[in-house]
Design a protein around this ligand. Structure first.
Ligand code: ZN
Length: 452
């Protein structure tokens, strides 16, 4: 814990508190909590580290609600393919991952996320090759080294090609093994406390890679142990066709039959929902992780964000795995969410402040952490991002939120997670970025050689 208070003074502060206060002023972190948020100059704090926030915009730290960290070492493949073809190209490469490659990939992906304003990450790890080491442990270690708040989702696949699924049988697991490993992970790591840096999630992969029995049993396990539930749903029209052919219903109807709606559930993508389904999601409080860059990269379509929000469904942002979003930048998702929503629904479809809210408050709500993160308020955890807006790219734009959302991603002057600096002067201070880049290239090369 940081012994000295950190005072950020003179910044434009966008609190996203109940009354959405915005002002030029100060925020003070002491230990892992925020102790002051107010307009005007900061009062003196004994022994404080004072950071000059002039020329900067201070926002809550961003929440990434969908990610596959391991994919950082399998980027740039199947560059022009749609989802099912992209998956079948990548499954054999992913079959080669182990504890070491996942550890390197996770460190790199998390470091990039930190550089782009992200303080909390929900990761969905679903590839557990037979005989592989404890891959979840490798990711958790990486998150602790980089210093981000982490919600690892123990994913799974139990529907291989021989049973009509999409993944090769070499990367699917046995259902009982999956449930036992998931429960063991929850018992070992899940910390439900308000200060928590680590909360587990139960997360079978998708309708075309998981059996209905596993979906149902996983929901029962999650609710019995009090953790959240996450899966991919309604990402492509191919998936809709698959569900019609195999189950005689839409992806959401299928998920709902198996217990997968509610305020403890959020779906990745959620692109192909009809009006009745959107109303159903809103009424049940089911969330959606919107991943605009990945959806565009794979030509999957774009979620009906404005309709989902209007119906009452919380919509957070996600970068998705780096194999379908090589940038892995959360601030870019804010901009893409806004641009694609307007391209789809007209100029009123999404405002700059709403886009920022999706990256912060809505993401916190999806993870059940809205009492402790997602806004800058006294008593909340000190997770915050200080963006430099006095650069050539941003200076002169009168509204700092418009500068952050509409212009190129600004340098990140400071990122605090749990009161601790993770980024300073646009560099990650918890790991060596250059050494890691060299390791990433080595690991990716090794995986491609192994896959032939
Ligand atoms: Zn995904």
């Amino acid at each position: 814990m940081n012994p000295m208070p950190i005072v950020i003074d003179g910044a434009t502060v966008v609190t996203l508190d109940r009354t959405r206060r915005e002002f030029t002023g100060h925020v003070v972190a002491e230990g892992n909590r925020i102790v002051a948020v107010d307009a005007g100059p900061a009062p003196a704090y004994d022994g404080a580290r004072v950071i000059d926030g002039r020329g900067c915009l201070l926002t809550p730290g961003f929440v990434n609600t969908h990610e596959h960290l391991y994919q950082w070492v399998t980027r740039g493949l199947a560059a022009d393919a749609a989802l099912f073809e992209w998956l079948t190209t990548l499954y054999p490469v992913w079959a080669g991952i182990d504890g070491e490659s996942v550890h390197v990939a996770a460190q790199a992906a998390l470091a990039r996320l930190a550089r782009t304003g992200c303080t909390t990450v929900a990761d969905h790890h679903y590839v557990f090759p037979r005989g592989g080491k404890d891959l979840l442990e490798a990711e958790i270690r990486a998150a602790s080294q980089v210093g981000l708040r982490f919600h690892p989702a123990r994913g799974s696949m139990d529907l291989g090609q021989k049973d009509g699924g999409l993944p090769p049988d070499s990367v699917v697991e046995d259902r009982d093994e999956i449930l036992a490993a998931t429960e063991a992970a929850i018992n070992r790591w899940h910390d439900p406390s308000p200060d928590s840096m680590l909360q587990l999630v139960v997360a079978p992969c998708s309708p075309f890679s998981v059996t209905g029995e596993l979906m149902r049993d996983a929901a029962e396990l999650a609710r019995r142990t009090g953790v959240r539930m996450h899966t991919h749903l309604a990402e492509t029209t191919d998936e809709t066709d698959y569900c019609r052919d195999h189950f005689g219903c839409t992806p959401l109807e299928y998920a709902a039959q198996l217990g997968w709606t509610g305020s403890d559930v959020w779906f990745a993508h959620g692109i192909h929902f009809n009006d009745a389904e959107i109303a159903r999601l809103g009424a049940s409080g089911t969330g959606v992780a919107h991943c605009p860059s990945s959806n565009a990269r794979l030509g999957a379509g774009i979620a009906r964000v404005a309709d989902l929000r209007a119906a009452g469904s919380p919509v957070g942002l996600g970068v998705d795995g780096a194999a379908s979003n090589e940038a892995g930048s959360l601030i870019e998702e804010v901009r893409h969410a806004l641009l694609f929503a307007r391209a789809r629904g007209g100029p009123d479809a999404l405002g700059v402040r709403t886009a920022l809210e999706m990256a912060t408050l809505d993401g916190a709500r999806i993870l059940g952490r809205e009492s402790d993160i997602g806004s800058l308020e006294v008593g909340k955890l000190a997770d915050l991002a200080l963006w430099r807006l006095d650069t050539l790219a941003h200076a002169g734009i009168p509204d700092p939120v418009a500068a952050l959302v509409l212009s190129t991603p600004p340098p990140l002057e400071l990122l605090l997670v749990n009161g601790q600096p993770v980024v300073e002067h646009d560099r990650v201070v918890t790991i060596d970025e250059s050494a890691l880049a060299a390791q990433v290239a080595q690991v990716q090369n090794h995986l491609l050689t192994k896959a032939g």
